[in-house]
Design a protein around this ligand. Structure first.
Ligand code: ASP
Ligand code: MG
Length: 420
């Protein structure tokens, strides 16, 4: 009976956005509704900056923190008029926990510190949104996602303990939904030792899917600043087309290869529970958007996905011996250890090439681990195009005036790594 709504950072980036969210909730307030909200606007980026500044003990730590505080205060002032509303204390208290941490020198692992700091973005946004909903007459209840989404301690990419998570959701949440609209944080979870984890950047969609799956919800709606799922990013391409309907399979492949409209981990739990996923524009709540569901529909408009900031690494043996299965086993092991995910790969007689997202820390680790056994060469600042249900003409257009470094096509999907 319940439905899950997810509002991303862009939808709550300012007071106007939060007011618009409240209007949408008013339309649906007779439903059993769980609302999952991301950090406001670019807060997560700012908190990442704060974490870096703190880890490197830079002298702008306070300045970065003050910027984040001031932004939230501005929005609150606009929503609540003056600083006498109790939400101001709630927000100040949320900041205090981070301030305590910032006072000491960093001792812990970077990923651990990251999660303890970056997670407050969602705690802040949901407190503000929740208070505003209450202020507009919605019977709302704020819950802490860390008591429901249980993860292991893989910081920055918490792996969900589905059994504990579903038990918590079934036993403690379902009943609250009959009397309240419940609001919670996307992106964050908790370990069995009560430390905070995050689920990976843009992970709030995944949070929505986890809750929906455990609640056996009727539907999930992700409210976005686009009309639905488009065949390409409208910021990069003209004449994009919106899909009315997509199969879980197409949505899965598109998001896996970098379509940022939905987090890649979102689809599987919904597919397993046969829960439809709607992607709708928050500025036009009555528009149909895109429905992702069990479907035989084959899309006719090729989906173009661009991943920037790619590295193409080629790995060969030091004595230029052939790459054997044993080498591959070692290489995959090293990638797993460095937590680098491969977007595309190719094997030739004497080298193995892999294309992946640039992440300085992880790359350095990879380099060190490979260094003993292999010779490596790499190219940075590349683009990876993935075209699903491709047509040759589209590929021609994408690669015009660019150097193609690696290309692969299968029946439904083409992938090309290019240098501009
Ligand atoms: N706030 C987090 C991020 O920006 C999670 C999300 O928005 O889904 O990555
Ligand atoms: Mg976001």
């Amino acid at each position: 009976m319940a439905e899950v709504f997810k509002f991303g950072g862009a939808s709550v980036k300012d007071a106007e956005g939060i007011k618009n969210l409240a209007k949408i909730i008013q339309l649906y307030k007779d439903k059993q509704l769980l609302i999952v909200v991301s950090a406001m606007g670019k807060t997560t980026n700012a908190l990442e900056e704060l974490t870096k500044a703190y880890a490197e003990q830079r002298d702008d730590v306070q300045a970065v923190l003050e910027g984040i505080k001031a932004y939230h205060e501005r929005v609150m002032l606009e929503l609540f008029g003056d600083a006498s509303h109790p939400v101001f204390d709630e927000i100040a208290n949320t900041f205090v926990e981070v301030e305590w941490m910032l006072e000491d020198e960093p001792q812990d692992d970077f990923d651990f510190i990251y999660d303890q700091i970056v997670s407050i973005g969602e705690l802040l946004s949901t407190r503000i949104v929740s208070n505003y909903l209450a202020h507009s007459g919605v019977p709302v209840k704020w819950i802490d996602a860390r008591s429901y989404i249980h993860t292991d301690n893989t910081y920055r990419e918490g792996r969900v303990d589905w059994k504990r998570t579903c038990t918590a959701i079934e036993t403690q949440l379902a009943s609250q939904l009959s009397s309240h609209i419940v609001i919670t944080q996307g992106f964050i979870g908790g370990t069995s030792e009560n430390f905070t984890t995050t689920l990976g950047r843009e992970g709030s969609d995944y949070t929505a899917a986890i809750f929906a799956s455990c609640l056996k919800a009727d539907a999930v709606t992700i409210w976005k600043d686009v009309p639905g799922v488009l065949n390409a990013d409208p910021k990069l391409f003209e004449n994009t087309v919106k899909y009315e309907e997509l199969s879980y399979r197409d949505a899965l492949e598109m998001t896996f290869y970098g379509a940022t409209v939905i987090h890649p981990k979102t689809i599987k739990p919904l597919q397993n529970g046969k829960i439809p996923l709607y992607v709708k524009p928050f500025l036009d709540p009555h528009a149909p958007g895109t429905c992702i569901k069990e479907s035989e529909v084959v899309i006719t408009q090729p989906a173009i996905i661009v991943k920037n900031n790619q590295v193409l690494l080629s790995i060969s043996t030091k004595d230029l011996a052939f790459i054997t299965e044993d080498h591959l086993c070692d290489i995959y092991g090293i990638f797993a250890k460095a937590r680098v995910k491969i977007n595309m790969m190719q094997l030739s007689a004497i080298s193995f090439s892999a294309c992946f997202d640039w992440d300085e820390k992880r790359f350095k680790k990879l380099e060190v681990l490979l260094d003993g056994q292999f010779r490596i060469k790499y190219n940075q600042d590349l683009k990876l195009y993935t075209v699903r249900h491709f047509q040759q003409a589209v590929i021609g257009e994408l690669t015009a005036r660019k150097t193609v470094l690696l290309e692969q096509t299968s029946r439904h999907t083409a992938q090309i790594v290019v240098k501009d």
